[in-house]
Design a protein around this ligand. Structure first.
Ligand SMILES: Cc1ncc(COP(=O)(O)O)c(C=O)c1O
Length: 358
């Protein structure tokens, strides 16, 4: 049976990438060796990481002065590595609390300097993105989470900030064109739109570094990885390889503009069904709905059907749809690699279910 994986991450990747990656494990480019046993300092992996870096620069249209790094420790390590490198003791950084991940970033930053939480949508269970937030002039940076994976909200327009923006783009990286100029640092765990878990891509404006007085261990200093081209220690070879293959796929399809068009179309199909179907209701404010993670629950009076619908999805090859426990219901993660057919199959199943039960 054809299966579609709606999991929030690790997540679906393009089928062609899975195929190519599998070949690389068994016999990398007919070398008679697996990529997994090759030296990271050898010509094969050097070419891979250089191509991956060049593709991120090209696809993100990076201006001069930005560096691309391939790190480990997940986006969660960036929650503390970013303030550790950018925020000196006594300085203030501004944060917007848009969900669980933003909250974790706030918690970690407090260990390094002052944290001003400018706004939070916690009282409404993070169902929207706070608007009209005033950003003080004297903060070191503004931290945002561009897409809130758990709650299904997304910044469709970033606020104008007098300070550089530090942004967790884990769950919408390369899903749309982004003007990088207002950003000082962007980070993304690969395991949603880019590759397998195990690598985190960081884009950093180099002139912001080296301004804090604390001692930075080499492994937690962005400058180490800039100097050593992400090869200070053994990098996550396979996740970088798979990310490079996904980047090639993205470029071949036409880049972020094409991706945005596809993502809008897919999300539109699903949200139209959620809005038209009497059995289901969306949980996020309409104007902030995520194009990556669509969250919805059973409508009033139909709550008892939740388990049955989830089982029906599983039986029809639509997997990974259970919502996060803090929202409940369903979450369809429809990242770049999810084909339109997957979303159509889900919408049709919702329609059939309503015909039978409504
Ligand atoms: C927006 C966002 N930030 C951070 C994380 C944590 O990432 P990691 O598990 O790579 O540390 C996640 C994971 O789902 C996420 O969705």
């Amino acid at each position: 049976m054809k299966k579609y994986n709606f999991s929030p991450g690790p997540a679906i990747l393009p089928a062609s990438v899975f195929k190519e990656a599998a070949k690389g494990i068994v016999n990398y480019q007919d070398s008679g060796l697996s990529l997994l046993e090759m030296s990271h300092r050898g010509p094969e992996f050097t070419a891979i990481i250089e191509e991956a870096t060049a593709l991120v620069k090209e696809l993100m249209n990076l201006p001069a002065g930005y560096e691309v790094l391939w790190l480990t420790g997940g986006a969660s390590t960036q929650f503390f590595m970013a303030p550790m490198n950018l925020l000196d003791a006594g300085e203030t950084a501004a944060y917007v609390d848009t969900g669980t991940w933003a909250n974790k970033a706030i918690k970690e930053a407090k260990a390094f300097g002052n944290v001003q939480v400018l706004a939070s949508s916690k009282e409404q269970n993070y169902n929207h993105i706070p608007k009209g937030v005033k950003i003080p002039k004297d903060v070191k940076y503004l931290h945002l989470t561009s897409n809130n994976t758990i709650f299904g909200t997304q910044y469709h327009k970033f606020p104008k900030s007098p300070a550089p923006i530090v942004c967790d783009m884990s769950s919408d990286f390369l899903s749309r064109p982004v003007d990088v100029a207002p950003f000082g640092l962007i980070y993304a765990g690969a395991q949603k739109n880019l590759g397998p878990s195990g690598v985190t891509v960081v884009i950093v404006r180099e002139d912001l570094l080296g301004k804090v007085n604390r001692h930075l261990p080499s492994m937690l200093d962005y400058r180490t990885f800039i100097k050593e081209q992400s090869m200070y220690n053994t990098p996550p070879v396979f996740p970088v390889y798979v990310s490079m293959l996904t980047l090639r796929w993205l470029k071949k399809l036409g880049g972020t503009k094409v991706m945005q068009r596809r993502n809008k179309l897919k999300a539109g199909l699903l949200y139209d069904e959620i809005d038209a179907n009497p059995l289901f209701v969306g949980t996020a404010a309409r104007e902030d709905r995520s194009l990556m993670n669509a969250c919805f629950v059973m409508n009033k009076g139909y709550e008892s059907l939740e388990k049955e619908f989830l089982a029906l999805c599983e039986n029809n090859g639509l997997v990974g749809l259970k919502g996060h426990r803090s929202v409940g219901g369903f979450r369809a993660s429809i990242y770049n690699a999810m084909p339109k057919q997957g979303v159509q199959a889900l919408a049709e199943l919702m329609r059939d279910f309503a015909t039978k039960k409504g």
